[in-house]
Design a protein around this ligand. Structure first.
Ligand code: C2E
Ligand code: MG
Ligand code: MG
Length: 567
């Protein structure tokens, strides 16, 4: 019995004796059958609800019931197992029509020795059919899904969006397309490696799932781009709520391969009242996403038609940006920083300007992200650093700035990666013959928090060189106190958003005062940026802030004007 194959058989026969004969035949043929006999339509129907049948053997003629009805029921139950008719003599035409109705074989009761070979053959065939169906399912899953995240892929997205749009016309509702792009994903990929990047994308996919209804479509559109389709939307706000939730979920820290990682997301939303064309809708959501990125990341924007012009302008900017350096269109402005208590010059912040041949003077906020996206921020950042140090050194040598005054240079997240920054600072200091202590690098909190371990390494290397370091725009990011203690920095810069209104807005005043206290507790100096009037100046002085910069004393100025202003 041990080597016998188990087989779960459903026998449709009004004679118990005949059924036992069949079972004996199966046992002889090497099977260990467990069987159940039914003899009416209703019995068969309820037996078919039970799972696990591997074979159906049916008589042809039973009282009030025939193999024809039995075949119908098996078909209706969607059961793909061999069905074999075992019966006394029936006409050839009946046998043929039974085969057509789905029977796999027909065996006469007096030649039962054919039964087991027929079953062997049909079970093998059924297995092959099952494998084929499974392979087809797997293949179609592969064709329509992104293998990494298991989300829908582009073709699947297009197909679904098309359908959703069609349906929305009938139901008179809207479809919203949410274009989600991760902020600074590339940095994570470059610093932690691709496998960590992949894990992060999978985590993001899982979090996105939790932001929408079970049957809403989520697709991976590109490397770090995702698209969500929301159906049956009645107004903008509904999509806005989902976008807010996504931003919140993605901004929670990720734990990947033992590292804590922070990323953000920018979301563009286009609703089907803009267009019911799939391509146009996706393009509009993409444009809105760009807008979200340029107004400061970690936010969402709805598409509006004027974004088309912006996009065009951006394309042109990008083209001309490639030529800006070689055409000498970039210039450094200097904004004085002063001691709040003595009024003496502490130094100056270097701020980049671009003289665009067509658009005139462009402030950095409208092209720094372009520089970063195109990778131009590396050579441009290098140029800023070198030029600033060269100028400052010549002013020191000529006695135009006090010996102890320092020059502050902004460093982008992209420059901060890998160790390229350390090498670049080192070579500039050496080649220019610059005193390291006269150079201050301004780095934002976000940059440091992207990879706290690498940040610590880089900061310590710079510290060993004797360079000063400040955290810029402090208060707008994570403000993680535990890291603040571990980073070897010299000062904090209170973001101007807390300073501009410091006199009238009590919240801002509280935050600014807290930052001053925090900095001093940690032994750091603190600079306020955005000081525009005497009241702000007095407030900061009273609350112990060390330095300030702002329009009150001077706007950022071109070289000649700067030297004149501080003389
Ligand atoms: P930031 O480093 O926080 O620079 C301070 C910004 O505040 C400057 O804007 C400055 O003009 C402005 N500001 C200073 N005082 C006042 C004031 O009293 N009132 C108001 N309303 N604004 C004031 P700017 O020059 O447009 O630069 C914007 C940002 O662009 C900078 O913010 C910095 O993050 C970035 N940036 C500028 N130059 C460079 C650069 O060479 N490299 C990199 N990576 N980023 C740069
Ligand atoms: Mg700065
Ligand atoms: Mg700042």
């Amino acid at each position: 019995m041990e080597n016998q194959k188990k087989l779960k058989v459903l026998i449709v026969d009004d004679s118990e004796n005949d059924a036992l004969l069949l079972v004996r035949e199966l046992k002889k043929g090497g099977y260990d059958p467990s069987f159940h006999r039914v003899e009416s339509e209703s019995e068969l129907e309820s037996a078919l609800c039970e799972p696990g049948w591997e074979l159906v053997i049916t008589d042809h003629n039973m009282p009030g019931f025939s193999s024809r009805e039995a075949l119908e029921l098996v078909k209706k139950a969607n059961l793909d197992v061999p069905v074999i008719i075992v019966s006394g003599a029936i006409g050839e035409d009946v046998a043929v029509s039974a085969m057509k109705a789905g029977a796999h074989d027909y065996i006469m009761k007096d030649s039962l020795k054919r039964l087991v070979p027929a079953i062997n053959r049909e079970l093998r065939d059924a297995e092959t059919r099952r494998e084929k169906v499974q392979a087809e399912l797997a293949l179609s899953h592969m064709i329509y899904h992104d293998p990494l995240t298991n989300l829908a892929n582009r073709p699947q997205l297009h197909h679904h969006l098309q359908e959703a749009l069609q349906q929305s016309l009938e139901t008179k509702t809207l479809v919203a397309v949410l274009f989600v792009d991760l902020d600074r994903f590339k940095v994570i990929n470059d610093t932690f490696g691709h496998s960590a990047g992949d894990n992060l994308l999978q985590e993001v996919a899982a979090r996105l799932r939790r932001c929408v209804r079970y049957d809403d479509i989520i697709a991976r559109y590109g490397g770090d781009e995702f698209i969500l389709i929301l159906e049956n939307i009645l107004c903008e706000e509904e999509a806005g709520v989902v976008a807010e939730l996504i931003i919140k979920m993605i901004s929670e820290p990720f734990e990947i391969n033992g590292h804590e990682m922070f990323i953000g997301s920018s979301i563009g939303i286009a609703l089907s009242d803009v267009s019911t064309d799939v391509e146009t809708l996706i393009k509009s959501a993409d444009l809105a996403m760009y807008q979200a990125k340029s107004v400061g990341r970690n936010n969402y924007q709805f598409y509006s038609p004027d974004m088309d012009d912006l996009a065009e302008r951006r394309r042109q900017l990008e083209q001309s940006l490639h030529k800006a350096m070689s055409r000498d269109e970039l210039e450094l402005y200097f904004q004085p920083q002063l001691c709040l208590h003595t009024g003496q010059l502490r130094g100056a912040e270097v701020l980049l300007r671009w003289h665009h041949p067509e658009y005139g003077l462009i402030p950095p906020d409208s092209f720094i992200d372009l520089l970063e996206e195109t990778g131009l921020v590396i050579p441009v950042g290098d140029w800023v650093l070198r030029t600033a140090c060269t100028l400052w050194k010549s002013w020191q040598d000529r006695g135009l700035v006090p010996k102890e005054a320092i020059v502050s240079v902004n460093i982008s997240a992209y420059q901060f990666r890998g160790g390229g920054l350390v090498a670049s600072v080192e070579s500039v200091l050496r080649e220019v013959g610059f005193t390291p202590g006269s150079l201050d690098l301004e780095i934002t909190e976000g940059t440091l928090m992207e990879n706290t371990r690498i940040s610590q390494d880089v900061l310590h290397q710079l510290k060993r060189m004797g360079v000063k370091m400040s955290i810029d725009d402090f208060g707008t990011g994570y403000s993680s106190l535990s890291y603040l203690k571990r980073f070897p920095i010299d000062s904090l810069k209170i973001d101007k958003s807390f300073v501009l209104d410091i006199v009238d807005n009590p919240d801002d005043a509280v935050i600014a005062t807290a930052i001053i206290g925090l900095a001093h507790n940690l032994g750091l100096e603190v600079t306020a940026e955005g000081v525009e009037n005497t009241q702000a100046l007095e407030f900061l002085k009273e609350n112990g802030c060390d330095f300030y910069q702002g329009f009150y004393y001077s706007k950022p100025l071109p070289v000649e004007d700067f030297l004149e202003r501080i003389a």
